[in-house]
Design a binder for this molecule. Structure first.
Ligand SMILES: [Zn+2]
Length: 264
């Protein structure tokens, strides 16, 4: 059965110069650059459900691999729900082997490594999950949130292996890598500090207060005052859920609504 919904339809397409690309500065660029890598000239149209962008041939291939893998997971998820973990693992490995030649930036290899770790964790095979998680961590991280996500997964495994102190240390190390561009993701990860600190009977270390506050600033809210730092963090995570981040507010102020920074 064909997995690809995108199929080859995007391979031979018209070279549409983008007419009204929102954030595509073009004044001093003779050729439009690929939307995805920003390096090579854009020569192909990549279409997804709600948008299409001009990309280079390599990135088109890479984006189709991602789409195909995500689509394949519809089937893997069914197997996982039926606890047929070995079939999931065999399936994702086979997918990688069949598509390795299209994996131009190792997105697929890294994703499969991550999937292996998560499936093995789900299966309760923690020692194997731990190994797979380390293999996943040997791929470079795209940004700090990738690192936080990996750290939270690794810490959960180590916690499940009965080493809660180490789990806390692992997550704290990952979360110590901060980048202001990703401050809006901070609130979402705070509960891990609370959970892993709870597990060893410790309050959340005060050193994390300024990180939580940076998350609050991004959402333009005051840090909620509660009985402990951990409770304040959980309250912040709850109140910022679904709120627009600084970047989203700025984008909207520039492009939409026209009401500037205020409420619509
Ligand atoms: Zn490209």
């Amino acid at each position: 059965m064909a997995l690809s919904k995108v199929s080859a339809a995007g391979l031979e397409t018209e070279l549409n110069p983008m007419q009204e690309g929102d954030d595509m500065p073009s004044a001093d660029e003779p050729h439009q650059l690929c939307w995805f890598c920003h390096k090579k000239p854009a020569t192909h149209t990549h279409t997804q459900t709600n948008f299409s962008e001009m990309v280079c041939a390599t990135c088109l291939d890479r984006l189709q691999v991602q789409h195909d893998y995500e689509h394949a997971w519809l089937h893997f998820l069914e197997l996982e729900n039926e606890e047929r973990y070995d079939e999931v693992l065999a399936g994702i490995d086979a997918f990688l082997e069949a598509n390795r030649h299209r994996d131009h930036d190792q997105w697929l290899a890294r994703s499969v490594a991550m999937s292996r770790s998560m499936v093995l964790f789900e299966a309760g095979r923690y020692a194997e999950a731990d190994e797979a998680c380390d293999a996943w961590g040997r791929f470079p991280f795209d940004n700090v949130t990738d690192r936080w996500f990996h750290g939270s997964a690794k810490a959960q495994i180590v916690h499940a292996l009965g080493r809660p102190q180490e789990a806390l240390a692992i997550f704290e190390e990952a979360f110590s890598h901060q980048d202001p561009r990703y401050d809006s993701s901070i609130p979402y990860y705070l509960h891990w500090l609370v959970d892993f600190s709870d597990a060893v009977g410790q309050p959340v270390d005060e050193k994390w207060r300024r990180v939580a506050e940076a998350g609050a600033v991004d959402f333009a809210v005051e840090m909620p005052v509660r009985g402990s730092l951990g409770e304040s963090m959980l309250a912040l995570a709850e109140m910022t859920q679904g709120m627009p981040s600084k970047r989203e507010r700025e984008w909207k102020a520039k492009h939409g609504g026209g009401t500037g920074e205020g409420e619509p």
